[in-house]
Every structure is written in C-alpha cells, then in structure tokens.
Design a protein around this ligand. Structure first.
Ligand code: HMG
Length: 389
C-alpha cells in the first residue's frame, strides 16, 4: 500500500525581526547571522499565538470538510506544549471541529517529534487504509535575549495530512534510526527557555546524520545519485549544509551540483522563519516543493530528522504524479508577503511578554493578531482559544 503526504501546509506568526538589524543591536557583524548562521528573518510569536494556535492555523489552511470527517487520529509533535497533561492535539481537534471518533495525542522528542508522529501515522494507516491522520509539528523556539542561541529562534507550525494513496509524496518503508542519551539541548520543566551546548549540538547533529546515512545506504544500496534532493532538520540553514557537505565526496560532480542547488530551494522558507523545532524539516520540504517548480514526479527526496537529546532518522519519499496541483503555494506566498517587520526594541518587548505563571486570569487583545485562531487569555487556569470564523 502507498502511504504518505496527502496535504502539507504551514503557518507562521505575522511578525518578524530582520537578522541584519538584530546583529547590529547585538554588536555582531551582520554577515555572521546572514551567512555564518544563514538566517535572514526570524518569526516572532505575539502572546496571542502558542504551539496550539500555530498548529491549528496551519491545519485550518489545508483541511476541507471531507478531511475533517475522515481524520481519526491527530498526532501533535511539539516541545513547547502548553499543558503537562492535556495534549495539544485535543485543543486543535476542538478548534477545527474534527470528527469526535478520533484519537488525539501529543508526542515529544525535541525536534524529532513530528517525524515520530509520521511513522506512527504510517502504521495506523497500514491497519486502517480508509483513515487519514493529521500530523502537526508546532513550536516556538526560545533561547532568550542576548544568548548564544538567540539568532536561531523562530516560531511556526507545519500540518501534514497522512493517508493511503497520497497526492504529494509516498513515504518509502526503508529508514535508519539512531538514539543516544546526550545533553546537547534540553528544556527543564521549570524553564520557558531551552538550555543548549551549542557547539556540541552541532557536532552531534552531524555525527547522527553520518550514522543514519551510512546505515541507510547499507540497508538500501542507495547513494547520492538516487536523490534529487535531501532535506534536513534546519535549526538554522547553515546546519543542514554542513551535514550535506560531509557526504558530497561520495558522489559525482553532477550529484554534488544537483544536491547543492536543490538545498538552496529547501532552505528558503526556513531562512525567513527561523527554527520551528518539530516543523523545521517539513518546512524545508515544503520550501523545496513550493519553490523548485520543475521538480519531477518520481523524484526521490531524502529526509534527515534530528531531535536533540537525541534521536536521528533518515528516510525518504517519492513525489507523486501531479503533486504540484496539491500544494498551497499562493497561500504561503501571501503569508510571507503580509508579515510585518518589528524593530529589535519591539521584538524585545514582545519576547518578554509572557502569561502569568501563577494562573492569574488574563484577557489578551486579539484584534492586533490577523490569525484566524488565537489565544484570547486564561480563565480559571484554562486557556481560552478563539476561532474568529
Ligand atoms: P555562535 O558561537 O554564536 O557562532 O554559535 P559561531 O562562532 O560558531 O559562528 C557561527 C558561524 O558563523 C561560523 O561558521 C562562523 O565562522 C561564522 P562555521 O564555521 O560554523 O561554518 N561567522 C561568520 N560568517 C561570515 N561573516 C562573519 C562571521 N562571523 C562568524 N563576519 C550556534 C552558533 C548555532 C552554536 C548558536 O547559535 C546556538 O547555540 N544555537 C542553538 C543550538 C543549535 O541550533 N544547534 C544546532 C544543532 S542541534 C539541533 O538541530 C536541535 C535543535 O533544533 C533542538 C531540538 O532538537 O529540539 C536545536
């Protein structure tokens, strides 16, 4: 049975900060952020957006009435969830009015969560070919103002509809996994910001890539020549490039040119959004699909997922005939074009605005947020979400 991505969409908040200006404010050479790190704009989440609303807005953009009826499983990958008990998937299920005969869960393994969700979805569909699974990867990446990780923050969500006979991409069965208990990046329960050993995390990302790539090649007999493009989890866009460069000498000049050229397409959305943790790999895939207009059906795309802590996976997909007709390119172009730049000073104010941690009731001003689905406040320790339509 063919199982894979039937629909894919994303959402990012309407605000961003320019990385050149952030660099100047931090007394850093702008080229360090734009070339060394590879980021141009960083999406900023207003207080009225959280992992739930970002995901709900991403899914809202792609689901029709028939999908809502057929979805019987919502799997929400996130590492910036809003509740230690209730899953973010249940909130999204309610906000989108999905079929009540559905299972809803949240999964966590840093940025790897949405990939785990996709693999769970594949297993579910293999047993229930008629069903559709909504997979969400949604996060707000926060390291803190004036920290080493600040330039690699971001906010956004990707929504994927996984089904049998998918319209966009069939996920192949071969994959390779690697897990090791390391402390490269983590976020203790008491902290709203991540802790990170930056250099170590970069090394481990590449080490895990090399391990799963070599194992995948051995299992499948595939090599660089078999891939039209390889998409990476992109905490910042230079990271995937560094990993790709470690294997380029395994192919011909043609392979090298093709993979490097396609890497450019696969990083464009990410360099304008920043790290969205669980959604980053899929934002990169979306960037490639939306922007590389002559990518042919039948092409094999490699996918490298990495979640600190750490789990890595390499897997692949094959593009279906007429896949382009099922993309939401115009919706995404509009999203990028309608964003508003904020100054570094405004970004610092927005970043520092957080909900009370003691459960005090709060009402938020949602009129300034153009998103359809917003967080309107907290009442009686319960988050108040609004779907404006
Ligand atoms: P840093 O110390 O600010 O930067 O940390 P640096 O000194 O390493 O410089 C970065 C690059 O800019 C270097 O390039 C410099 O040479 C270059 P490289 O040698 O690495 O290719 N550079 C310049 N280039 C042009 N013109 C200039 C210039 N100056 C310097 N003038 C770091 C950077 C990424 C470590 C930091 O931002 C950080 O800690 N970020 C967060 C951690 C992270 O993103 N890790 C990535 C791997 S782990 C992962 O992907 C998982 C994650 O998504 C979490 C999860 O799984 O949940 C993070």
């Amino acid at each position: 049975m063919k199982i894979g991505i039937d629909k894919i969409g994303f959402y990012a908040p309407h605000l961003y900060v320019d990385m050149n200006k952030l660099a100047v404010a931090r007394d850093v050479e702008p080229a360090k952020f734009t070339i060394g790190i590879g980021q141009e704009k960083m999406a900023i989440a207003p207080i009225t957006q959280d992992a739930v609303t970002l995901a709900a807005n991403a899914a809202f953009g792609i689901l029709d009435a028939s999908d809502k009826e057929k979805i019987d499983y919502v799997i929400f990958g996130t590492e910036s969830g809003v509740d230690n008990s209730k899953s973010a998937a249940v909130y999204v299920h309610g906000l989108l009015g999905l079929n009540p005969h559905a299972r809803c869960v949240e999964v966590k393994q840093a940025c790897y969560g949405a990939t785990a969700a996709i693999q769970m979805a594949k297993g579910h569909i293999a047993l229930n070919p008629e069903s559709k699974v909504l997979v969400l990867g949604s996060d707000i990446a926060r390291y803190g103002l004036h920290t080493g990780g600040e330039s690699t923050q971001g906010a956004g969500a990707v929504a994927l509809l996984i089904s049998a006979d998918p319209k966009i991409m069939v996920l192949e069965d071969q994959n390779s996994l690697y897990t090791d208990d390391i402390m490269d990046f983590w976020r203790p329960i008491y902290s709203d910001k991540a802790y990170v050993d930056g250099k170590f995390s970069n090394e481990q990302y590449i080490l895990f890539f090399n391990k799963v790539w070599e194992d995948y090649k051995e299992k499948t007999g595939f090599g660089l020549k078999d891939f039209e493009a390889i998409c990476y989890h992109l905490p910042y866009t230079k990271m995937g490039l560094k990993a790709l460069r470690t294997v380029l000498d395994q192919g011909t000049e043609e392979d090298k040119d093709r993979l490097l050229a396609n890497y450019e397409f696969s990083k464009t959305y990410n360099k304008n959004i920043g790290n969205i943790y669980t959604g980053s790999l899929y934002l990169s895939l979306l960037s490639l699909l939306d922007l590389k207009e002559d990518l042919e059906a039948g092409s094999r795309i490699g996918l490298y997922s990495y979640g600190s802590g750490a789990v890595g996976e390499f897997f692949s997909g094959i593009l279906e005939a007429n896949y382009r007709e099922h993309l939401y390119v115009n919706q995404h172009t509009e999203l990028f074009e309608s964003r508003r730049e904020v100054s570094v000073e405004e970004y610092e104010v927005i970043f520092s605005e957080t909900l009370p941690t003691d459960g005090t009731n709060v009402e938020l001003e949602i009129d300034h947020d153009p998103a359809v689905i917003c967080l309107a406040g907290v009442n009686g320790h319960s988050r108040q979400y609004i779907n404006k339509l």
